[in-house]
Design a protein. Structure first.
Lengths: 214, 313, 493
């Protein structure tokens, strides 16, 4: 099944680059949703042991929440605060793509440095999970709109989820579900906050939230 | 084997204008028109060759040399491109670099000829052309590097022969091969396709039918050429379609050289299929804003880099 | 009744109270429930801590919940801070200025989030499962976010957004660290759910994979350090703590930061044992601590806003605790002592700043002058709490800082010593200037002084008395508690 996971992993890398290079919010939201589903699939397919009910439940819950619930929430928020595009981010789109490629190489290098027992199958999932986390962080730092920062956070969580499932064999279901619930509440809270910000400020440009200084 | 190589070059020389005809016919079908005859490109070339050329007084030898050198370089590049698994007429280790530079030489002289006219119109086209090439050429080279790293050969012929033989080694289990190599092949193929569209001035990068200043890139650079010069330029453009198209088809569709008859047939069929696809793409998409074209090319570069990085690891 | 059930009761109480607050009928009822709930929780904490004292450790639900001296100590801190702040909020929100904005919906939201945050912090303290620990920290972040912008305004929204994003990202880093530490356990043949249990990890700490452990600790330090307000990840702290209502700020500074440091404290013995006791992890922790002290010192000198001043002081004190932890040995004992002192003095500072802010209508210290005349009780509280916080003898913070200095001297960490002294001196001078100006310069306009009730006097007097008492004479039950807690982290009294 290793070939399939590598295919999935390539697709995930492309979704990350797509997130970095697109300015249209609806495209970015869908791309992150697809990424969440793909990582969930890869996590399940990567298991050496047969798939248990626990793992299936976690994967299904994760796919549903990340693939359906989050895009709906985020698209509705984007519609409510009336933004369609990320215009003029701190780092331009072509430059972001370039930085993304550099981060990909860096993540693959770090993946090679990790001790062997963390990655016995030598698959690409771990470096790509790290890549996803880095892309999420870069998105939070380089974008102006609040919704895009939430997307960056979601991307980070996608990467961390994939990282966790492959590096640590057998995290208890309860912990995984707890984490998923936390992420869900986090995104929910962030969407409500974005709505408040747009109501109070008439924009969702977090760069302009700089009244508190010193 | 030598016969096949000559056959592939001959096919390219003869059939490349047909590609333009196929693209135009597909666009016409989409638009509900009858459209130009399939062989219109040949008629145009014949007509142009019979005419005389007019040279502006402000131009120098660069203007006259541009089309000739351009055609010459493209012909030389054609010698390096293999068709399917058959090796090219000329091949040696490192010829992929020469290939890229020959295309670059052709572009350099086209641009110089455009600048030589002293017209702001052509200068604008030249600057746009060079700007896009700055991103498209790395995409092409890195994609070739990815393929080279995978087949451990620095020659175009070696690369495509390597793909073909590794595909054939799986025989009926071609699906297995596809799955293993699939991501890389698709990534590189996708990158090459975007480069194809960019280098040959196809929508979404440039509209070959437009004559509006705002939107021209390639068209505007050749505005002042006439007669045989224009014929050379148009024929060179057709050859460039074939040359880069061979790269696209070769990376996506490896064909084993054990079939002397089938190889050219399949290769030509692949090229015509590519022409149809390009026609479809041209019909369903609109031209991108000039500011967005570098984004598209960066996307192609990203695809190439991802493929390269995956191959290395 | 099994003593372990106390753990679950401790967790269930705030959850129940939170649910109750959602259905109450008036803001006054909510505030009364808040005060009452805090007292009930304090009682339950007392019982739980007594049980830990008797049994040594408590466990529940297999090995997923666990209380030892360290978590019991922090439970005590939580209940003190939470209790005082709940009583204070009764007074704070009943003020005429607040009454208009504190309508029923706001009150219900406040009550539910208040107790929800307490439940989350209790979950952090009671978890043996490091994954659930993380869930608790993230939950506390999310629940407290809307407490910051209880009253929606541009400034509070800005503060809340910065807090939410920075702490969520930081806590996500901490999760990577948790995963890496758990992965290092594969080396020691721990697997599955066992690899996330702190007690098991501590037992096999010597056999963990050092590379993964080190990578994980860095992530953990950066991640939980963001939540704890260690520099340079402290950017959200001044905004969040200054824009939140005063009782919320008190809980933030008084305990929420400590809960994040608590998570780091849990990992210290594991990392130390795993890396061969060379002090690698402790060194990095000391570095973060010193950076926090120095950066906070710089900002305190130029600060004009009372609550921001207190917020930067929190950064400084978290840095001091981190330095204490990093020095090891006696320093850990001093760090525990310092944590208690800070958690008692800081809420008082925020209480005073809050009430004075209500009287003056602003938190700008250049405008808050003559506080001792306007309100002897709260003005005195503000002045003396600032003195206590900057380490004036004989308040207890002076003692704990002195002990950390002694620990640094004993271990020969002279650079640390020098930087520590420099930082705290700068803070001393800077904050003292503000305190004196606020207390003694004549008031600008005639501010209407408000009479102080018995509750006010109690809220001011009790923490100050405790600070004096601990400074002059540290009772044995306290020093015993600090020593027990320190031993778990790996220090010696």
């Amino acid at each position: 099944m290793n070939a399939w996971t590598d295919v999935i992993v390539v697709l995930v890398a492309l979704t990350n680059l797509g997130l970095l290079g697109s300015s249209r919010l609806s495209v970015c939201i869908r791309v992150v949703a697809v990424q969440g589903i793909f990582f969930g699939l890869a996590a399940v397919l990567l298991r050496a042991e047969p798939i248990t009910v626990d793992l299936a439940v976690v994967a299904a819950a994760s796919a549903i929440v990340k693939g359906i619930v989050f895009p709906v929430l985020l698209l509705r928020t984007a519609r409510n605060v009336n933004i369609r595009r990320e215009v003029e981010p701190f780092v331009g789109f072509s430059t972001s793509l370039f930085v993304g490629l550099v981060l990909l190489a860096f993540a693959l290098w770090i993946g090679a440095q990790m001790p062997v027992e963390a990655n016995p199958t030598g698959s690409l999932v771990i470096p790509l999970a790290l890549f996803t986390v880095m892309v999420g962080l870069f998105t939070i730092a380089s974008r102006r709109k609040a919704v895009t920062q939430v997307l960056g956070y979601l991307t980070m969580e996608n990467g961390i989820f994939a990282f966790g499932v492959t590096v640590v064999g057998g995290i208890p279901v309860l912990v995984e579900l707890g984490v998923l619930m936390d992420v869900f509440v986090a995104v929910f809270v962030m969407c409500i906050a974005t709505w408040h910000i747009s109501r109070e400020f008439d924009h969702v440009d977090v760069d302009q939230l700089d009244a508190l200084k010193g | 084997m030598a016969i096949e190589q000559f056959v592939s070059v001959a096919l390219a020389l003869v059939l490349s204008p047909l590609l333009l005809g196929v693209i135009n016919r597909v666009k016409a079908i989409f638009a509900g028109r009858t459209g130009q005859p399939l062989l219109q490109a040949y008629y145009d070339l014949a007509k142009l060759l019979r005419k005389g050329a007019v040279y502006s007084r402000t131009t120098t030898w660069v203007f006259r040399a541009g089309p000739t050198i351009g055609l010459g370089s493209t012909l030389a590049a054609l010698m390096l491109v293999p068709m399917g698994g058959t090796p090219a007429l000329v091949s040696f280790s490192g010829d992929l670099v020469l290939f890229a530079y020959l295309l670059g030489l052709a572009r350099f002289f086209t641009v110089s000829a455009a600048l030589d006219t002293g017209s702001a119109f052509e200068g604008m086209g030249a600057s746009r052309e060079v700007q896009f090439a700055a991103v498209a050429e790395p995409a092409l080279l890195l994609g070739l590097a990815a393929l080279a790293a995978r087949t451990h050969s620095l020659s175009l012929s070696g690369i495509f022969a390597g793909s073909a033989s590794s595909a054939a080694a799986h025989g009926p289990a071609i699906f297995q091969w596809w799955l293993q190599m699939g991501p890389i092949v698709l990534l590189v193929g996708g990158a090459f396709f975007i480069v194809f569209l960019a280098e040959n001035a196809r929508i979404p990068v440039d509209d070959p039918n437009t004559h509006l200043e705002l939107t021209m890139i390639h068209e505007v650079m050749v505005l002042d050429h006439s007669g045989p010069d224009l014929a050379f330029i148009q024929y060179g453009a057709a050859l460039k379609h074939w040359v880069i198209g061979a790269l696209v088809v070769g990376s996506l569709l490896p064909v084993h050289p054990a079939h002397p008859v089938w190889t050219p047939v399949v290769a030509v069929a692949g090229m015509l299929a590519l022409a149809v696809v390009v026609g479809v793409v041209e019909s369903v998409m609109a031209r991108l804003r000039l500011l967005s074209v570098p984004h598209l090319l960066m996307g192609a570069l990203a695809l190439s880099v991802v493929a390269l990085v995956l191959v290395i690891y | 009744m099994d003593a372990g059930a106390l753990i679950l009761i401790q967790l269930a109480l705030p959850a129940l109270f939170a649910a109750a607050c959602l259905v109450l009928r008036s803001p006054k009822a909510v505030l009364a429930t808040v005060a009452l709930g805090a007292l009930v929780m304090a009682a339950s904490t007392g019982a739980t801590v007594w049980a830990v004292h008797v049994h040594g450790t408590l466990g529940a639900v297999g090995e997923w919940f666990f209380l030892d001296a360290l978590s019991a100590y922090h439970l005590v801190l939580l209940s003190i801070v939470f209790g005082l702040s709940s009583l204070y909020s009764w007074k704070y929100f009943a003020h005429p200025h607040e009454k208009a904005r504190f309508d029923l919906r706001t009150a219900r939201r406040f009550g539910a989030l208040w107790f929800g945050a307490a439940a989350a912090m209790t979950l952090v303290l009671e978890s043996n499962n490091l994954g659930i620990l993380w869930v608790g920290v993230e939950a506390s972040t999310l629940l407290t976010a809307f407490l910051i912008c209880l009253h929606v305004s541009p400034a509070s929204l800005e503060a809340m957004w910065k807090y939410l994003i920075m702490c969520s990202v930081g806590v996500a880093f901490a999760f990577i660290g948790t995963l890496l530490v758990s992965a290092s356990a594969a080396h020691a043949k721990l697997d599955g759910s066992d690899a996330l249990l702190w007690t098991h990890l501590k037992a096999v700490a010597g056999n963990l994979n050092p590379t993964l452990l080190k990578m994980g600790f860095i992530f953990l330090l950066v991640g939980y350090g963001t939540k704890a307000g260690l520099a340079p990840m402290h950017g959200w702290l001044p905004d969040a703590h200054s824009q939140a209502p005063a009782p919320v700020s008190a809980v933030f500074s008084g305990f929420l930061l400590n809960s994040a440091l608590y998570c780091i404290m849990r990992y210290i013995p594991i990392v130390e044992a795993g890396t061969g006791h060379v002090g690698w992890g402790l060194g990095i922790l000391t570095l973060f601590g010193l950076a926090s002290i120095l950066i906070a010192a710089g900002f305190i000198v130029f600060q004009n806003d009372a609550k921001r001043l207190l917020a930067y002081s929190s950064v400084e004190h978290m840095g001091i605790i981190a330095v204490g932890l990093g020095l090891g040995g006696f320093g850990v004992f001093a760090a525990m002592f310092h944590a208690a002192n800070h958690s008692i003095a800081k809420p008082l500072g925020f209480f005073s700043a809050g009430r004075l802010g209500q009287m003056y209508g602003t938190h700008d210290m250049t405008k808050m002058k003559g506080v001792l005349r306007v309100s002897p009780v709260w003005g005195g509280g503000f002045f003396f709490s600032l003195l206590a916080l900057i380490g004036v003898a004989p308040f207890a913070i002076f003692m704990s800082e002195f002990q950390i200095l002694r620990a640094a001297f004993d271990t020969g960490a002279l650079v640390t010593l020098a930087l520590f002294v420099a930082g705290t001196c700068i803070v001393f001078v800077g904050a003292l200037r503000h305190a004196v100006r606020a207390a003694w310069e004549p008031a600008d306009e005639a501010i209407r002084p408000e009479p102080a009730g018995a509750l006010d006097i109690a809220l001011v007097f009790l923490p100050l008395a405790a600070m004096l008492a601990f400074g002059l004479f540290l009772p044995s039950f306290a020093s015993g508690a600090f020593a027990e807690a320190a031993k778990i982290i790996g220090g010696t009294p």
